[in-house]
Design a protein around this ligand. Structure first.
Ligand SMILES: C[S@@+](CC[C@H](N)C(=O)[O-])C[C@H]1O[C@@H](n2cnc3c(N)ncnc32)[C@H](O)[C@@H]1O
Length: 392
């Protein structure tokens, strides 16, 4: 037998709460001759059970019905479903907190944060002291900060000797470039990599070309390439960031940015870049998009972490129009453009794998290569958008 104070202590609730439970019939106290109320072991157990059921989301009335053997299966399965959802949310919250404390894998942590709140994640990384370039990479690669330098070094070891750093083909680039007027006298290329398209621009226009990339190795290669091709007078290479363009407003007739708009995000990039365009200037970008309304689960799950903001062509067109652009053309790059990229990349990874067996960068690149190679071109693709800034 328990006195009310003993029972309250055992189950961890106040006396008032116990009296309330008693009023509802969860427990049944007996009054002794001396006036004290006492409770049995059964009362204690009924209370424990009722409280557990309440924690599972049942109302007190539903708990009592359960205790009295009147189980409503519909209500229980509904509560069970809600409980499962709550557990999933709580697990996500837990992962986030343990990531912030540095207790869980940084990689998962960044992938989760990036999916949940990409812009806030980026700003948080800057606050942690990462440079803009590092933050963009961490955000994009969801990589492990603890092995940051090694990861970047491995990444560059793979890519440095390759000519293409993204999918592309001369015929696709020329088609997109054909919209640039012959009278254009200044063109900006953003994320120019090693300068393949920069040379195409120089060859097919009389304009002065400025090519920017924030990777010094890319700019060094670009300088060598334009020197060797005799374009040094026409092309100005710069190591600069796409998100802090060091140019005056209305400086360029056209901007070309192949396979790099994802770094800033499509809309943000258009918003910022258009300020350096002349009236009626063009922005030509290629971006990875869904080509089907029902992507296969395998590709969806891969790109949801690698490119969370990925969407379809119609959405991108709508976004561009909303920002005041007229769409002159849009088209998906050819299968050859993909092969130009992944075939030399796969050969390079194959050559390096044995000497870098533990490299996370190599593993990640191979994962991406597997996705490209298993893909028949119907699910996703790089898509060119040729956009004209409407006169303001
Ligand atoms: C996928 S590659 C594309 C290169 C080239 N446009 C092509 O299509 O082959 C992306 C390029 O963007 C550059 N990049 C990344 N972040 C950048 C930034 N914040 N500002 C300028 N360039 C950046 C990379 O160094 C790389 O050369």
């Amino acid at each position: 037998m328990f006195l009310i104070s003993e029972l309250a202590k055992r189950v961890g609730v106040s006396r008032t709460t116990l009296l309330y439970y008693e009023k509802l019939g969860v427990i049944r106290g007996q009054r002794l001759d001396n006036g004290y109320r006492v409770y049995t072991e059964l009362d204690a157990q009924r209370l424990t059970l009722a409280m557990q059921l309440q924690a599972g989301g049942l109302s007190l009335k539903e708990c009592i019905a359960c205790l009295n053997g009147k189980i409503d299966k519909g209500i229980l399965s509904e509560r069970l479903h809600l409980l499962d959802e709550e557990i999933v949310q709580k697990q996500k919250a837990r992962k986030l907190l343990s990531g912030l404390l540095g207790e869980s894998s940084n990689r998962d942590f960044h992938a989760q944060l990036n999916e949940l709140a990409p812009q806030a994640h980026y700003e948080w990384l800057l606050q942690q002291g990462f440079t803009e370039k590092e933050a963009q990479r961490i955000r994009w690669l969801s990589k492990d900060m603890n092995t940051h330098d090694q990861y970047m070094q491995d990444f560059l070891t793979v890519f440095e000797p390759l000519t293409r750093w993204g999918p592309g083909d001369e015929s696709d680039t020329l088609k997109a470039m054909s919209y640039i007027s012959d009278n254009a006298d200044s063109i900006l290329e953003i994320g120019s990599g090693k300068g393949l398209s920069t040379c195409l621009l120089a060859e097919h226009s009389n304009a002065q070309i400025t090519a920017i990339d924030n990777e010094p190795i890319a700019v060094t290669n670009l300088v060598e390439l334009i020197d060797s091709k005799g374009y040094a007078e026409q092309v100005t290479p710069m190591c600069a960031s796409m998100s802090e363009l060091p140019f005056k407003a209305h400086s360029f007739d056209a901007i070309l940015a192949e396979s790099c708009v994802y770094i800033m995000g499509f809309e943000e990039a258009l918003k910022q870049w258009q300020t350096v365009l002349k009236a009626d200037g063009l922005i030509i970008v290629s971006d990875l998009v869904w080509l089907t309304s029902k992507p296969n689960e395998k590709y969806q799950s891969f790109w949801s972490t690698e490119y969370p903001a990925m969407t379809n062509v119609d959405t991108r067109l709508m976004q561009a129009k909303k920002l005041g652009f007229e769409v002159l053309d849009d088209f998906t790059i050819s299968a050859k453009a993909w092969q130009n990229y992944w075939q030399p990349l796969q050969a390079r990874v194959n050559a390096l794998k044995a000497s870098m067996p533990e490299s996370q960068a190599i593993k990640d690149i191979q994962r991406e290569l597997d996705i490209y190679q298993s893909h028949d071109g119907s699910q996703f693709g790089y898509h060119f958008f040729v956009l004209r800034r409407k006169e303001l």
